[in-house]
Design a protein around this ligand. Structure first.
Ligand SMILES: *Cc1c(COP(=O)(O)O)cnc(C)c1O
Length: 408
């Protein structure tokens, strides 16, 4: 049961966008897995930054620059604490998960040779497939896939069989954005380490629901996008173990990432600045910290319990619709439901739902291999957040029924 202290009405009031209308209907926002909405507390931090202390950081002697630098570095510490990261300089600010993954994939070019193997899971986001394919093209390493079953769970026996001394890297998401599956990430990491491979965990879809502990998980890299957890777009985190970050070459050259530059030779700045070339998204970084404060003020335990109840309720109600099939029925799931109605294109359902003010995602969700696996063009995906309600889910179920009658 949901904690009585969980006050959904108060929480909803924090999100101004939730009181707007779409097509003359109250907005029902069920596209949280693509991006989450922003509470007033975070919007205030963004406005305050531009009204009071907008400046470039780490460079100026003046007060504004000092204040902006302090706030930005304070946000780094908030991120460090939230994910229980050992050292603040193991937190690299990036523009998001995609940037973080490319940074690592690029750096690994120098560590891989022909015949080495790289494992990715069958349920990755394109941003966790394409950079590795590019890496394998550059190095001659071979990309192999950890298969999944029809429920949308990784087949762990196959994973253990794939691990050998040839495998240098394993890439896996903590939670699948298309199916909501929570992967047994600790087992994946420990087994990879026993085989001598490094592990990058794509945490973009997990971070809004699960407070991951970096020291307990022991992943070598972990990536997060702030915009999926109440923060702004264009900012995120790459966590990397210090030993790896020291070994990896810089990704981009520019200002801020150097120690000394002459035309003959440049030496690089210490961590984290080595990977933070150019002027970063200062305001975004500060707002990312505020978003973590906001989510922690509600509490990840309360969020998980509430969202689980929404997931169960929606699963039950949707399955009452004849011809509706849910893709991704893993035992461990976050509040994501991917579904189709037999004989109807997902896009058409999404369009009708939009007319009713209900925002869902349709298509392949940047995970085409999953769609190929199920031999479907795409799905309708409804993803719930801690600010959604059962009444909204009732509206979704009614909307899907209506779409079905209109389209069949
Ligand atoms: C959203 C998402 C990404 C990409 O994140 P960006 O913020 O677009 O860089 C990668 N992996 C997963 C699992 C995601 O959900």
């Amino acid at each position: 049961m949901i904690d009585a202290a969980y006050n959904i009405e108060t929480i909803r009031k924090d999100f101004p966008i939730l009181s707007r209308e779409v097509n003359g209907k109250p907005l029902v926002y069920f596209d949280n897995a693509a991006t989450s909405q922003t509470p007033q507390q975070v919007i205030d931090v963004i406005v305050d930054y531009y009204q009071r202390y907008n400046a470039n950081i780490h460079r100026g002697v003046h007060t504004l620059s000092q204040e902006a630098t302090d706030a930005y570095e304070e946000a780094r510490i908030k991120i460090q604490r939230h994910f229980n990261i050992a050292k603040p300089h193991e937190v690299i600010f990036t523009s998001g998960t995609t940037h973080a993954i490319n940074l690592v994939a690029n750096g690994f070019s120098s560590f891989l040779k022909k015949g080495d193997e790289v494992l990715v899971s069958a349920m990755e986001h394109h941003s966790n497939i394409v950079p590795w394919q590019m890496l394998c093209d550059r190095t001659g390493a071979v990309l192999k896939v950890i298969p999944m079953n029809l429920e949308g769970e990784l087949i762990m026996e196959e994973y253990h069989k794939l691990l050998s001394e040839k495998v240098k890297l394993v890439f896996c998401n903590h939670v699948s954005n298309a199916l909501g599956t929570v992967n047994p990430i600790k087992e994946i990491i420990d087994a990879a380490h026993r085989a001598g491979a490094a592990v990058l965990v794509d945490g973009a879809q997990a971070a809004p629901h699960i407070k991951a502990d970096m020291q307990a998980l022991d992943a070598d890299f972990y990536t997060v996008s702030a915009h999926k957890m109440c923060g702004p777009t264009g900012v995120g985190m790459l966590y990397g173990k210090k030993e790896w970050l020291q070994k990896l070459p810089p990704y981009q050259g520019g200002g801020e990432m150097i120690a000394e530059v002459t035309f003959e030779k440049t030496t690089y700045a210490d961590l984290p600045h080595k990977f933070e070339a150019g002027t970063p998204n200062v305001c975004g970084g500060i707002a990312f910290g505020a978003a973590l404060d906001y989510m922690n003020s509600i509490g990840f335990g309360a969020i998980a319990a509430y969202e689980h109840e929404l997931l169960q309720y929606a699963t039950e109600k949707l399955l009452e619709i004849e011809g509706l099939k849910i893709y991704g029925t893993a035992k461990e799931k976050t509040s994501v439901i991917s579904f189709n109605i037999e004989g109807v294109h997902p896009y058409d359902i999404g369009t009708i739902l939009d007319k009713l003010g209900i925002a869902v995602r349709t298509g392949h969700h940047c995970a085409q291999p999953i769609m190929d696996f199920y031999q479907i063009p795409g799905t309708v995906r409804a993803s719930f957040s801690f600010y959604n309600t059962k009444q909204e889910i009732d509206g979704l179920v009614e909307g899907v029924k209506r779409a079905k009658t209109m389209l069949l």
